[in-house]
Design a protein around this ligand. Structure first.
Ligand code: NAD
Length: 267
């Protein structure tokens, strides 16, 4: 039997067919999950609808995570709308991030206060807000919350700058949320993915260099495909990982385990 049969949840962050969120959604749908999607604004909705059709989903809501609680498109409003049609929720996928492109180049030390606050609000705090909002729908039967991180949270990578700081905050949030919500059997994990060619990835200056370097240095000698991130997500979102919470799971071809690459692996 498909392992997500009878489970329903929300996938946030599909911008197009190259999005990590889409890779995850396709895998979940293939395994029988019922999925409600969110999109940031009308522009993204047009691209999302045909994708949704291909996985037989017809539930989607606009949600801009930078909106304040009382806004109709806020995170809190999203979960209120979900609660009108669903009594419970089994999973939430949070695959979104933002920082001003102009600050994803040059030096982190020059980060503006405005972009620091905005990047951390959208890329890190939104996950805590989603967890709090999901709680009433998960507290009875448990559930699984998943977000996406990157190696730049742990170590410096070129031009990742404030996004690295935001991902560090996100990774710390995972541990605190796991502790807070564990009593209700709500598990909280992240996948730290290797570089993937997406819209968000392209916003980071010199992304091509990082992509090539990562694949040459990673023990498996490749960067992850969407399917590989999808499969690991399936594990973390299903009952297969019932004993796993507070975990940052690297799906990066083993790149995170390398301190100093072999000289022949360098470009
Ligand atoms: P993507 O561009 O396909 O997706 C990013 C999504 O963020 C988009 O759907 C966009 O609408 C959404 N978003 C941005 N601001 C938002 C807001 N205010 N409200 C609601 N949604 C908003 O790129 P992706 O690479 O699939 O990114 C998904 C996640 O994966 C991000 O957290 C990213 O940091 C992370 N990640 C990406 C890579 C990579 O190399 N691409 C590697 C590791 C982790």
């Amino acid at each position: 039997m498909p392992i997500m049969k009878g489970k329903k949840g929300i996938v946030m962050g599909v911008a197009n067919e190259r999005s990590i969120a889409w890779g995850i959604a396709k895998t979940l749908a293939k395994q029988g999950a019922e999925i409600a999607f969110t999109y940031q604004n009308e522009g993204f909705k047009k691209r999302l609808l045909p994708l949704m059709e291909s996985v037989e989903s017809n539930i989607c809501y606009e949600c801009d995570v930078s909106k304040d609680t009382n806004d109709t498109n806020s995170i809190e409003s999203l979960f209120n709308k979900i609660a009108e049609s669903w009594d419970n929720l089994d999973f939430v996928v949070h695959a979104l991030a933002y920082s001003d492109k102009e600050e994803l180049k040059g030096k982190y030390v020059n980060c503006s206060r405005e972009n620091f606050l905005n990047s951390l609000d959208i890329s890190a705090f939104s996950f805590t807000r989603a967890a709090k909002s999901a709680f009433p729908l998960m507290s009875a039967n448990g559930g699984s919350l998943l977000t996406l991180s990157y190696l730049g949270a742990e170590r410096t990578t070129p031009n990742y700058n404030v996004m690295g700081v935001a991902k560090s905050a996100l990774e710390a949030s995972i541990k605190y949320l796991a502790m807070d919500l564990g009593k209700n059997n709500i598990r909280v994990n992240a996948i730290s993915a290797g570089p993937v060619k997406t819209l968000a990835g392209a916003a980071i200056s010199g992304a091509r260099h990082v992509y090539r370097y990562s694949e040459s240095v990673a023990p498996l000698k490749f960067n992850p495909e969407l399917e590989e991130i999808g499969n690991s997500s399936l594990y973390l979102l299903s009952d297969m990982s019932s004993g796993v919470t507070g975990n940052i799971h690297h799906v990066d071809g083993g790149l995170h385990s390398v301190a100093i690459p072999k000289s022949e692996d360098l470009e």
